[in-house]
Design a protein around this ligand. Structure first.
Ligand SMILES: *[C@@H]1O[C@H](CO)[C@@H](O)[C@H](O)[C@H]1NC(C)=O
Ligand SMILES: *[C@@H]1O[C@H](CO)[C@@H](O)[C@H](O)[C@H]1NC(C)=O
Ligand SMILES: *[C@@H]1O[C@H](CO)[C@@H](O)[C@H](O)[C@H]1NC(C)=O
Ligand SMILES: *[C@@H]1O[C@H](CO)[C@@H](O)[C@H](O)[C@H]1NC(C)=O
Ligand SMILES: *[C@@H]1O[C@H](CO)[C@@H](O)[C@H](O)[C@H]1NC(C)=O
Ligand SMILES: *[C@@H]1O[C@H](CO)[C@@H](O)[C@H](O)[C@H]1NC(C)=O
Ligand SMILES: *[C@@H]1O[C@H](CO)[C@@H](O)[C@H](O)[C@H]1NC(C)=O
Ligand SMILES: *[C@@H]1O[C@H](CO)[C@@H](O)[C@H](O)[C@H]1NC(C)=O
Ligand SMILES: *[C@@H]1O[C@H](CO)[C@@H](O)[C@H](O)[C@H]1NC(C)=O
Ligand SMILES: *[C@@H]1O[C@H](CO)[C@@H](O)[C@H](O)[C@H]1NC(C)=O
Ligand SMILES: *[C@@H]1O[C@H](CO)[C@@H](O)[C@H](O)[C@H]1NC(C)=O
Ligand SMILES: *[C@@H]1O[C@H](CO)[C@@H](O)[C@H](O)[C@H]1NC(C)=O
Length: 555
């Protein structure tokens, strides 16, 4: 045992020494020439040494240049990545022949510098490059033909910071088509703000240029007067995740099929006033996170299948903008990590005369959109409204009575999980059409309103987790429709029994009265009334079936 332990202790350091020695031996030969190239490069570049975080620290005396900030080497000591972004470099790149001799470079990032010259031709000599980032580097003028020799490029980012500047990069000669004709590996192409305007002179320009690059996953060509139609073949780019064509003077009809590309996450077509189209149905499990169609000529309705997009997110939605869509009948923005800003709403802008369905669950709402009764126009005026889901927000204050008063069309009202207080208004009208009423997880007080009996179609009543103080709601015992009754976690008290009538609660299937202050006994007769729970199988004759999760999701 002792021997083994000793051996073990001995083996570890030996192994460490050997392996360290090994790396040192192999790399030392190459290091010297790579190090001297890096030092030459440093010498030829002009930069502000007080602001530089990397270059300024490269030091002749530090032996291991592979550890310098911004430098990455392979195991043999060849420099394979150089990240000199944001280093205040202003000049000297044209003659930085040392840079163009770093033949093993696979990754070069010169983004966010202050060059104001053309892209140096020598970069075309770095034929192993897979990643070239010259974004916001200050380079201007024609992109040199030599760059098209970089046929291993996977990512090319040439986007400038100020796309409208007069001094920007151009792809004129070569044009985009020539430039990328051999770039078969290209997946991410950021040319937003690069002047591609020579394309205009050709027939169907983007078409010829990109059609072969089906492997592309990111295409950004924003801020270019392309004056063309959008080619349908983008729909064949099966790996496409981003298509950004903001402000491109696009025309004609946008090919619907592009909406259906399976992995497409970002589609930005904004500011193309002549681009027309309509939104088709979306595939189930579509990936779209952002669709921007502002300032385009799109028309038509939002398809129901927009709810298939489970990852849509587009930031903050000012509700007053939506409010101007006077023909809108359905709006569902729930569970998208959206913030719906209702604060800008005013009485004249929030008119949804046609609205039938409004789902803003989990949208960080903080107040009911314009519901003050100073004002006649309000959400209560959306008199065709059938589904209103404001659940999982931060709504505070009281429930506006008018919301219930005019609920002769409203079938689903879900205000669950908010911060509502006060009493539930006793204003359910005769002819109340509510089928699902969910007011759970608020701070509601007082009693269940008597007028709830007017809601003869009510199937689901959930007032759980509030501060209600009331007796058991015997007034609902004759309902033919009630199937789900949640009273959990309130201060309901007294007996759970109602006057003995044979048909009490006959369709009730789920009841939850836990965590209240009920007293008394539960006798056998009480349970025998609950016929709805005894249905053995789905009953075709009565059309009644077991309550399923889907049913509860009505809201
Ligand atoms: C680059 O080299 C050329 C010719 O060798 C020279 O004329 C030019 O001044 C150099 N540019 C800079 C910025 O040093
Ligand atoms: C690029 O490589 C060629 C040979 O392939 C060489 O003649 C030329 O000088 C190199 N250019 C630069 C700027 O290093
Ligand atoms: C290019 O570099 C800049 C600055 O480091 C970075 O913000 C940007 O995301 C990079 N572009 C790509 C495509 O990686
Ligand atoms: C692309 O490759 C072909 C064949 O090697 C060559 O003739 C052509 O000049 C290349 N195009 C560019 C733009 O480099
Ligand atoms: C999409 O990407 C996958 C995985 O990277 C690749 O196998 C496939 O060939 C690509 N499809 C196209 C059309 O490039
Ligand atoms: C865009 O290009 C078209 C065609 O060349 C031209 O008629 C139009 O005026 C240009 N628009 C802008 C905003 O430059
Ligand atoms: C897309 O691909 C399909 C099948 O591969 C082909 O029939 C169709 O012509 C292509 N569409 C375009 C616009 O290239
Ligand atoms: C709403 O629809 C009507 C009738 O179809 C139409 O006349 C009107 O222009 C539409 N309004 C808007 C803002 O689209
Ligand atoms: C939701 O959006 C916020 C910013 O608005 C972001 O910080 C957060 O990570 C997002 N959450 C998810 C799950 O995407
Ligand atoms: C209310 O909205 C209308 C229409 O959008 C607008 O003209 C008006 O200035 C807004 N009023 C206030 C007080 O914001
Ligand atoms: C809402 O109900 C109130 C009273 O019940 C009524 O005066 C008002 O006209 C109704 N509003 C609409 C838009 O139906
Ligand atoms: C529960 O009811 C009893 C009387 O039945 C009462 O004394 C008690 O205060 C009640 N508890 C709460 C928490 O309301």
């Amino acid at each position: 045992m002792t021997t083994l332990y000793f051996l073990w202790l001995f083996l570890i350091p030996l192994f460490q020494i050997l392996s360290g020695y090994h790396i040192f031996l192999v790399s030392s030969q190459c290091l010297d020439d790579q190090k001297s190239l890096l030092l030459q490069l440093k010498g030829s570049l002009r930069y502000d040494s007080t602001l530089s975080n990397k270059l300024a620290k490269w030091n002749q005396k530090t032996s291991e240049s592979c550890n310098w900030d911004g430098v990455t080497c392979d195991l043999s000591g060849h420099v394979i990545a150089l990240e000199l972004d944001d280093e205040t470099i202003s000049s000297g790149i044209e003659n930085a022949s040392a840079l163009f001799s770093l033949q093993y470079l696979e990754r070069l990032n010169l983004a966010y510098n202050r060059f104001s010259v053309g892209i140096p031709v020598g970069i075309g000599n770095l034929t192993n490059l897979k990643y070239l980032n010259l974004s916001n580097a200050g380079f201007v003028g024609q992109i040199p033909m030599m760059l098209s020799r970089l046929t291993k490029l996977v990512t090319l980012d040439l986007s400038p910071l100020f796309p409208y500047s007069n001094q920007r990069l151009k792809l004129e000669n070569p044009n985009l088509r020539h430039f990328i004709e051999n770039s078969t590996e290209l997946r991410e192409l950021y040319l937003d703000g690069v002047d591609l305007s020579s394309l205009r002179t050709e027939w169907c320009p983007i078409d010829e240029s990109l059609s072969k690059l089906q492997i592309l996953s990111i295409i950004r060509l924003d801020q270019n007067n392309l004056s063309t139609t959008v080619p349908g073949y983008f729909a064949n780019f099966t790996n496409l995740t981003t298509l950004s064509l903001d402000s491109c003077n696009l025309q004609g009809a946008f090919p619907k099929k592009i909406f259906q590309v399976q992995f497409l996450e970002i589609l930005d077509l904004s500011n193309n006033k002549l681009l027309s189209g309509s939104i088709p149905s979306f595939p189930r499990n579509g990936s779209l996170r952002m669709i921007s169609l502002s300032n385009t000529n799109f028309s038509g309705s939002l398809p129901e299948s927009i709810s298939n997009l489970q990852s849509l997110s587009s930031g903050t939605v000012p509700l007053d903008l939506i409010g101007r869509l006077s023909n809108l009948t359905r709006l569902e923005l729930s569970y998208n990590n959206l913030t719906v800003d209702a604060s800008s709403i005013n009485s004249t802008s929030f008119i949804f005369p046609q609205l039938r369905l409004l789902k803003l669950a989990s949208c960080r709402l903080q107040k009911f959109p314009d519901l003050k009764r100073r004002i006649p126009e309000s959400i209560c005026n959306a008199s065709y409204l059938q589904v209103l889901d404001f659940s999982n927000n931060a709504l505070s204050g009281t429930i506006p009575p008018c919301l219930l008063e005019n609920s002769t069309n409203l079938g689903v009202l879900n205000l669950g999980n908010n911060k509502l207080n006060g009493v539930i208004p006793d204003s359910f009208p005769i002819g109340c059409a509510l089928q699902t009423l969910d007011l759970s997880e608020n701070k509601l007080q007082g009693r269940l309103p008597k007028s709830l009996v007017n809601c003869e179609l009510l199937e689901v009543l959930n007032v759980g987790n509030n501060k209600l103080v009331d007796r058991f709601p015997c007034m609902l015992r004759n309902s033919n429709s009630l199937r789900v009754l949640f009273l959990r976690s309130n201060q309901f008290n007294g007996s759970v029994q109602c006057d003995a009538t044979r048909n009490n609660w006959k369709n009730l299937q789920i009841i939850d009265i836990a965590s209240n202050n009920f007293t008394g006994v539960l006798n056998a007769e009480f349970f025998s009334n609950w016929k709805g729970m005894m249905v053995a199988d789905d009953n075709v004759e009565t059309g009644r079936n077991h309550i399923q999760y889907k049913f509860l999701q009505l809201s």
